[in-house]
Write a protein that binds this ligand. Structure first.
Ligand code: IPM
Ligand code: MG
Length: 361
């Protein structure tokens, strides 16, 4: 099979982790006779440095013409990098938001799984972590506060800033349908997270999710307020299967969910539209403090590449091979610094990639 993939190495540790993900994809391609065709585009700070903007129209078109996009990470140190002296719409993150919107990637899937081998890195008490957990956060990605009108003004010498949180029922319905579809293939439970005790947008969210649920009698639906969900994630993460939520809540809860797995360095994500097209990226950031030092954990990006094979190309067997190679490496005791624990062997980013490739071959 021919796979046309656009890569966005990006900033910080991005280029290192994408290189390792490509290595694993190449190993799978060799084993199963696929033809991977990569085209790189610039985004974030890397694009600002060359083009003065975080994403060009040409880059969007290149991404659009591929079957899928594999991304590393974008952004720099927000206190020291010159990128953050630019107007907000010209900063690295604006490139990421723009590509999500341009490609209509409204459904963001962030699986958070506690690997048996990493149970020691889980910050929760043993009586909680020993139950294990396997949840998927389904985050709405192209609406809400991120894309509402915003402005900063000054009235009578008083500065004022406004951000607006808007959802229409169609935006809610399409993400809810994705959530229920995925739940059907998993443990058949959807926890819809909102702030319906305060926000109108959440009350509409809840109403539309209830409507969608009627078509999925085999899936259990529960509603949870976002503050309670933040608490439940550390109290009893095993209760969750699919967490369905709006953009901002999903941003925050997915970082929390990833941390209870032991490290955000393990968390993959997929951002999908209505077709098979998707953008795949680790849930973590660009970690400028360790960039270029061969210290980054490439596993989240490698698992994102596996999600790409599964969701955009229906190559489940190939994806399983990558997932199993990652599990095997962990079982064999190899760790990057972020997940290091006593008795294990610490390795760098490149070596971790090599070890995973060895187990794919
Ligand atoms: C994420 C990131 C982005 C977001 C930032 C970099 C704009 O935190 O993908 O979770 O808030 O969506
Ligand atoms: Mg985030």
């Amino acid at each position: 099979m021919e796979l046309k993939i656009t890569c966005i190495p990006g900033d910080g540790i991005g280029p290192e982790i994408v290189a390792e993900a490509k290595k694993t994809l190449d190993a799978v391609a060799e084993k199963y006779g696929h033809d991977m065709q990569y085209t790189d585009i610039l985004m974030g700070g890397a694009s600002i440095d060359v083009h003065g903007v975080p994403l060009t129209d040409e880059a969007v078109e290149t991404a659009r013409s591929a079957d899928a996009v594999l991304m590393g990470s974008i952004g720099g140190d927000t206190t020291t990098s010159p990128w953050y002296k630019l107007a907000p719409n010209l900063r690295p993150e604006a490139g990421l938001l723009a590509i999500r919107k341009a490609l209509n990637l409204f459904a963001n899937l962030r699986p958070a799984v506690l690997y048996e081998e990493l149970a020691g890195a889980c910050p929760l008490k043993t009586e909680i972590s020993e139950k294990g957990f396997d949840m998927l956060i389904m985050r709405e990605l192209t609406g809400g506060l991120y894309f509402g009108e915003r402005r900063t003004t000054e009235e009578n010498g008083v500065r004022k800033a406004v951000d607006t949180l808007t959802y229409d029922e169609n935006e809610i319905r399409r993400i809810a349908i994705k959530g229920f579809d995925i739940a059907r293939k998993r443990k058949k439970k959807v926890t819809s997270v909102d702030k319906a005790n305060v926000l109108d947008s959440s009350r509409l969210w809840r109403a539309v999710v209830e409507e969608v649920a009627k078509d999925y009698p085999d899936v259990t639906l529960e509603h949870m307020l976002v503050d309670n969900c933040a608490m439940q994630l550390v109290k009893d993460p095993a209760q969750f299967d699919v967490i369905l939520t709006e953009n901002m809540f999903g941003d925050i809860l997915s970082d929390e969910a990833s941390m209870v797995t032991g490290s955000i360095g393990m968390l993959a994500s997929a951002s999908l539209n209505d077709t098979k097209f998707g953008l795949y990226e680790p849930s973590h950031g660009s970690a400028p403090d360790i960039a270029g030092k061969d210290l980054a954990n490439p596993i989240a990006t490698i698992l994102s590449a596996s999600m790409m094979l599964r969701y955009s190309f229906d190559l489940d067997k190939e994806a399983d091979v990558i997932d199993n190679a990652v599990k095997q490496v962990l079982k064999d005791g190899y760790r990057t610094g972020d997940i290091m624990s006593d008795g294990c062997t610490q390795v760098g980013c490149k070596k971790m990639g090599d070890l995973i490739v060895e187990r794919i071959k």
